[in-house]
Design a protein around this ligand. Structure first.
Ligand code: FAD
Ligand code: PHB
Length: 395
C-alpha cells in the first residue's frame, strides 16, 4: 500500500489533517488503534476557540456544531463566594467560544472523511513508523492479524501523548520540557438542566471546581482532586456535596443536581517535545505537547498544528519545496509555548496548591482580585481564552 501522507491516530489532529490534505488534493491514510465506536464515545474536551470553529465552518463542518453547540460570550471566575464575569467578546474583538464536545467533532470529521472516500484503518495494531530519516518512510502495522506496510512520503504522528511516533525518535534528538501538578480533575457527566448560562471557574479553599455543559439535559462538571483519587469512593451524594461546597456563593447559588452518568479522574501535566519534526516524521497535537485543561487549549492547539502542517504540505506538493514545511516546528512551537503559558497561568490562578504558604495563598487571591478588577488583565485573559490569532492568516 502507498499514500502521500501516512497519519497515525484518528483524534482531532489526525482526522482534521486528513480532511485538510484531501481538500488540498493530497492523499492520506489514517491508522487508528481503537475502534470507531470507541473514538466516537470518549468524553474529553468541550471548548472550541473561535479559530477552530471558523476552520470547521470553512470546510463545511459547522452545521451540527452551530445547531447543537452553545456560543458563549463570557466566563465567570468565582472566588470568596462571589462571581465575576469576564466578557470575552467585549475584550477580544467580538470573538467567542463554542461549547461542543470533542467526540461530536470526531463524529463530524469521521463522517466527512468517509463521505469523501477517505481511508481510516480502525483497529490498526502494533503501528511502527520506520525510515523517517530516509526518503522512503513507512508505517508497519497489522490489521485483522495480517501484517501490512504503508509506504508514504511523510508520516504525521497524531497519536496523542501515549502514542508510538514520539517514542520512535532516537534518544537525544528530542528535548522534553515538562511539569507535573500535584492534583488531578474529577470529571462527571450528569443528567441535569444547566446550572449556569456560562462556564464557571471557581477557586475555593477546598480546591478548584468548574461548571461546564454538554446539552440542555447533560452537564459536565469537574473538581480538583488527588491525582490518584479512587472514583468508586465517590457516590453521587458525596460528589454533589463537594461541588455544592466549592461552588456556593454568598447569595445562595447551588448547582442543579441529577444522576451522575459517568465519572473519571484525569492527571494534570504540561509537556513539550522540541522539535516537532524529525526527518519526514511530523508530530502534531498531544503527541508533541500537552497542557492542563484549565485553559481549554489542548484540542484547539492540535487543530492549530495540523492547520499549519496541512498548509505546509500543500505548499510542498504544489511547488516541489517551499519554506513552510521546514519552518513547521518553529512556527508551531511559538503558538504551543503561548498556550503552555496561558494554561499554566489559569491552573496556577485557580487551583489550591498543597503545601502553599499563607503568603503564596495571599498572592493567589491578589492575582484573582487583579484579573477580575483590571480591564487590561481581562483583555489578556480573553484574548488567550478565545484563541490567539493565527500567525499566518493565509494558512
Ligand atoms: P488524541 O485525541 O489523544 O488522539 C490520538 C489518537 O491516536 C487516539 O484516537 C488514539 O487511540 C490513537 N493512537 C494512540 N496510539 C496509537 C497507536 N500506537 N497506533 C494508532 N493509533 C494510536 N482541549 C481543549 O481544547 N478544550 C477543552 O475544553 C479541553 N478539555 C479537556 C478536558 C479533559 C478532561 C481532558 C482530558 C482533555 C481536555 N482537552 C481540552 C484536551 C484535548 O482533549 C486533547 O488535547 C486532544 O484530544 C488532543 O487531540 P490529538 O488528536 O492530538 O490526540
Ligand atoms: C469541558 O467542558 O469539558 C471543559 C470546559 C473548560 C475547560 C476544560 C474542559 O477548561
Amino acid at each position: 500500500m502507498r499514500t502521500q501522507v501516512g497519519i497515525v491516530g484518528a483524534g482531532p489532529a489526525g482526522l482534521m489533517l486528513s480532511q485538510l490534505l484531501h481538500l488540498a488534493g493530497i492523499e492520506s491514510i489514517v491508522l487508528e488503534a481503537r475502534a470507531r465506536r470507541e473514538i466516537e464515545a470518549t468524553v474529553r474536551a468541550g471548548v472550541l476557540e473561535q479559530g477552530t470553529v471558523d476552520l470547521l465552518d470553512s470546510i463545511g463542518l459547522g452545521v451540527r456544531l452551530h445547531r447543537e453547540g452553545f456560543v458563549h460570550h463570557g466566563i465567570e471566575l468565582r472566588y470568596d463566594g462571589r462571581g465575576h464575569r469576564i466578557d470575552l467578546s467585549a475584550h477580544a474583538g467580538g470573538k467567542a467560544i463554542t461549547v461542543y464536545a470533542q467526540h461530536e467533532v470526531i463524529k463530524d470529521l469521521v463522517a466527512a472523511r468517509l463521505a469523501c472516500g477517505g481511508r481510516i484503518v480502525f483497529g490498526a495494531a502494533g503501528v511502527e513508523p520506520r525510515g523517517f530519516d530516509t526518503d522512503a518512510p513507512s508505517l508497519h502495522y497489522s490489521a485483522d492479524g495480517v501484517a501490512q506496510v504503508l509506504a508514504c512520503d511523510f508520516i504525521a504522528g497524531c497519536d496523542g501523548y501515549h502514542g508510538v511516533c514520539r517514542s520512535a525518535v532516537p534518544q537525544g534528538a528530542c528535548h522534553e520540557f515538562s511539569r507535573s501538578y500535584p492534583f488531578g480533575w474529577f470529571g462527571i457527566l450528569a443528567e441535569a438542566a444547566p446550572s449556569s448560562a456560562e462556564l464557571v471557574y471557581t477557586h475555593h479553599p477546598r480546591g478548584f471546581a468548574l461548571v461546564s455543559t454538554r446539552s440542555p439535559t447533560i452537564q459536565r462538571l469537574y473538581f480538583q482532586c488527588d491525582p490518584h483519587e479512587n472514583v468508586d469512593a465517590w457516590d453521587d451524594a458525596r460528589i454533589w456535596s463537594e461541588l455544592r461546597a466549592r461552588l456556593a456563593t454568598r447569595d445562595g447559588w447551588a448547582p442543579v443536581e441529577g444522576p451522575v452518568l459517568q465519572k473519571n479522574v484525569v492527571g494534570m501535566r504540561s509537556f513539550v517535545c522540541e522539535p516537532m519534526q524529525f526527518g519526514r516524521l511530523y508530530l502534531a497535537g498531544d503527541a508533541a505537547h500537552i497542557v492542563p485543561p484549565t485553559g481549554a487549549k489542548g484540542l484547539n492547539l492540535a487543530i492549530a498544528d495540523v492547520r499549519m502542517l496541512a498548509a505546509a504540505l500543500a505548499e510542498h506538493y504544489r511547488s516541489g519545496n517551499g519554506p513552510r514545511l521546514a519552518a513547521y516546528s518553529s512556527t508551531a512551537l511559538r503558538r504551543v509555548w503561548k498556550a503552555q503559558r496561558f494554561s499554566w497561568f489559569m491552573t496556577s490562578l485557580l487551583h489550591r496548591f498543597p503545601g502553599a504558604t499563607a503568603y503564596e495563598q495571599r498572592l493567589q487571591l491578589a492575582d484573582l482580585d487583579y484579573v477580575t478588577g483590571s480591564d487590561a488583565a481581562q483583555s489578556s485573559l480573553a484574548e488567550n481564552y478565545v484563541g490567539l490569532p493565527f500567525e499566518d492568516a493565509t494558512c
